[in-house]
Write a protein that binds this ligand. Sequence first.
Ligand code: ZN
Length: 168
Amino acid sequence: MGGWCAASLIAVADPTVPPVAGAVLVPVVVVPSGLMSGPTTYCWSCYARLDGDQAEVCPVCGGPVQPPQGTGFADLLLWALHHPLVGRRIAAAAALARRRELRAVEPLTVMATDPDPYLAAAAVHALAAFGGPEVDELLDRLGQVGPAPVRHAVHQVRPPGEPGAPTG
Ligand SMILES: [Zn+2]
């Protein structure tokens, strides 16, 4: 076994993740043995990409490569919200929304204004699962001034005519 891998955990451990999401994630992260000396992992401490069999201490940052013992699945998903691979962030956002993990709201509000409009749109979809005044206010604003994919996402989650839907 090589290092710990959030994507395989997402794909394997969360029964709410649809097969498509897992299919998107796993090939990106798990490099078949034989092509390289081991699977690709990402440092728990600094997100550095680490190929091959890993020591327990990250050669880049000196921190632990793997999450602390007892780290919960929601914590792994929250970690994945900042993953270098955008696809992993998008999958984590969706999974956290399905779980109604309230700790995700704050990082998702940041993600909703990310320069990558497709990442931001994924955050909008996730945030819609939580609702609340602050989320409503943010979605109102993004529905009017956000980039096109974000405005489109807002209109998808809040069709015109529904309470809280952006006007105009
Ligand atoms: Zn590191």
